[in-house]
Write a protein that binds this ligand. Structure first.
Ligand code: ADP
Ligand code: MG
Length: 302
């Protein structure tokens, strides 16, 4: 099941939460949707899940326009909303039976039992949702999103508020489920996408700023390269800045410099040539590799 979002804009009153967003998610992909708070992730997900309409633009699931045939398409989608609102006074099994009834599924009893087993809720099935830990509530949320066996899953911050063990459990569960489904998963945790996603889409201020394979995104979004250099004696800062592409040069201690340059070409050869021309020796030189996390912060910081 593929998801196609075309030129979607969403305004809340005067505020634009999404600005002309287009994206495609192919069948079977697990896509991480990353962005700082307020970037527009939840808004985009609510629109894809058919819970709110866009102000402009279209969404289609497997070529079927969401707005044209809303009820049919919604049956193809499982949605775990942000903060996972659940009926705390209902019992786990009772709640899942209720959800299955809303979808008018056949063999409800069997479906509910399967889902309870699949999401590891066997021991909690007769407890009130309000009595469960957050990790188990999240399993109930996943179970309700999956009960009608949708091909597309929209998971809005599925691990937020969980402790580290619960996070690992839920991630494993999602990875397991992801083998058969197309998944869009939002998070602001970088390791999360590194752990489970094939592709990453980064959104900031309602606009897509990166959309690529996890492995490519890092190099693509790095704006600058950072080199640490040790000379045998300090160069003149002004002359360092004259090297083509160098943006900043900062002395950290005697003979040690951090040089930042544009990412157009590897600047190390030029630094070496600079040293020779200025009768200096380069004692060591390292290019600092940015982590995905640092690249993300650089891209989205104000
Ligand atoms: P994210 O999920 O990335 O944190 P949201 O989609 O929740 O971002 O929010 C995007 C922007 O839209 C934010 O500035 C938020 O304050 C605003 N917003 C979200 N929902 C509403 C709403 N129902 N009414 C008004 N503004 C909203
Ligand atoms: Mg959100």
């Amino acid at each position: 099941m593929s998801i196609e979002v075309k030129n979607v804009t969403k305004k809340y009153g005067k505020q634009k939460a999404l600005n002309n967003v287009s994206l495609t998610i192919n069948t079977g992909e697990v896509v991480g949707f990353l962005g700082p708070n307020g970037a527009g992730k939840s808004t985009m997900m609510k629109i894809i899940a058919g819970y709110i309409p866009p102000t402009n633009g279209e969404v289609s699931i497997e070529g079927i326009n969401l707005l044209d045939e809303k009820t049919d398409v919604r049956e193809l989608i499982g949605y775990l909303p942000e903060n996972n609102p659940l009926y705390l006074d209902m019992y786990v099994k009772e709640y899942l039976t209720f959800v299955a009834g809303v979808y008018k599924l056949p063999n409800i009893k069997q479906k509910v039992n399967n889902m309870i087993e699949k999401t590891g809720l066997t021991l909690e099935q007769n407890k009130k949702i309000g009595a469960l830990s957050k990790g188990f509530r999240q399993r109930v949320g996943l179970a309700q999103a999956l009960i009608h066996d949708p091909k597309v899953l929209i998971l809005d911050e599925p691990t937020s508020g969980l402790d580290p063990n619960q996070i690992v459990e839920i991630r494993n569960l999602i990875s397991e489920i992801g083998k058969e489904k197309t998944i869009l998963l939002s998070t602001h945790i970088m390791q999360e996408v590194e752990a489970i996603c094939d592709k990453i889409i980064i959104i900031n201020h309602g606009e897509i700023i990166a959309n690529d394979q996890a492995a490519n995104i890092q190099t693509k979004i790095e704006k600058n390269q950072v080199i640490t250099v040790e000379f045998n004696q300090d160069p003149n800062e002004k002359s360092l800045l004259k090297i083509k592409g160098v943006l900043k040069a900062k002395k950290v201690k005697t003979n040690h410099w951090i040089i930042e340059a544009t990412n157009k070409k590897d600047i190390r050869q030029d630094i070496f040539d600079f040293a020779v021309a200025n009768k200096l020796s380069v004692l060591s030189m390292q290019k600092k590799e940015k982590t995905l996390e640092e690249a993300f912060q650089e891209l989205t910081k104000e």
